[in-house]
Design a protein around this ligand. Structure first.
Ligand code: SAM
Length: 283
């Protein structure tokens, strides 16, 4: 059996054990979550995903480094937030589980930390449920939801079962807002979610940018994603800063992912990773 067949079988058996209908994997259509998994060196991807990912890498060779830097930033940011006393996490755009997921990092600091994972991709959901079957009972949940429907997220009973939105929550939007185009009002979406959280809550995000590549390259990357199931809207540092209106930016402010509170001295080269990263606190 090939690795791809094994991947498909893993997914299908996960959904059957879970009592769900088997999910249509659509292996012939490139999928952003599986492309991202490929950048990270995971095995949960198919030839169509790899081919699309390779096209993006040909246009922007740093994309794999960017994905890895994003994931490492996510883990540092979650640890930082937990160290600030946050025990509740609303992680939207979870992605296919990989090493060092949000609940694993948060629970290293607070064993009773709780994480609601939300993603609109049924494939991610199947895989996340399989992972969470091993999580300590009641500490994490995974819900199919779309970021473009923030009212639906805030009304979701499974979120309320796990999280007390009267207490500080860290809203995590890592590498997802570039899949929300301007017509879908990404700033309004973030404002609606942040407005629903109490003082002492945080917004942590990362966002793809074309600030470090040529306009020609910037135009070709999103075109590959157009052929996949999502469109890509890269945003500038100034555009990313608007997500933090009304929040207090945590030091060092808006920087590229490797430069957000690095644990080792970064190589100068890493600094130009095409991912803006920032954390803000609600006063
Ligand atoms: C690049 S992955 C990021 C995974 C993880 N947050 C990380 O940073 O490592 C983006 C994820 O966002 C999800 N996504 C994209 N658009 C979404 C939307 N409108 N609502 C919910 N999830 C979405 C995709 O399915 C995918 O799993």
């Amino acid at each position: 059996m090939t690795d791809d067949q094994e991947t498909a079988l893993d997914w299908m058996s996960a959904s059957e054990e879970d009592g769900q209908e088997p999910t249509d994997l659509r292996p012939d259509v490139p999928h952003p979550a599986r492309m991202y998994d490929y950048y990270l060196g995971g095995k949960d991807n198919f030839p169509a995903d790899r081919a699309a990912a390779e096209k993006v890498m040909a246009i922007s060779p740093r994309v794999r480094l960017s994905a890895q830097a994003n994931r490492a930033y996510l883990q540092r940011a979650v640890r930082y937030l937990a160290e600030q006393g946050v025990k509740q996490f609303l992680d939207i755009g979870t992605g296919i589980p990989t090493a060092g997921n949000t609940h694993e990092i948060a629970q290293q600091v607070h064993p009773d930390a709780r994480v609601a994972y939300l993603d609109n991709d049924p494939i991610v959901l199947v895989h996340s449920r399989a992972l969470l079957a091993g999580a300590s009972h009641g500490s994490a949940t995974v819900v199919q939801a779309d970021l473009r429907d923030p009212a639906g997220i805030l009304a979701e009973p499974r979120v309320h079962e796990l999280l007390d939105l009267g207490q500080p929550v860290a809203l995590l939007l890592f590498a997802i807002l570039h899949f929300v185009d301007d017509e879908s009002d990404p700033y309004g979406i973030v404002r609606t979610l942040v407005d629903a959280l109490p003082s002492g809550s945080y917004l942590a995000l990362s966002h793809g940018t074309a600030d470090f590549i040529s306009p020609a390259q910037a135009g070709r990357g999103p075109a590959v994603y157009c052929a996949a199931t999502e469109r890509l809207t890269l945003r500038s540092r100034e555009q990313v800063s608007r997500f933090f209106d009304g929040l207090e930016l945590v030091e060092p402010g808006i920087v590229t992912a490797p430069l957000w509170r690095p644990e080792r001295p970064e190589q100068e080269d890493d600094a130009f990773t095409g991912i803006w990263a920032a954390v803000g606190r609600k006063p």
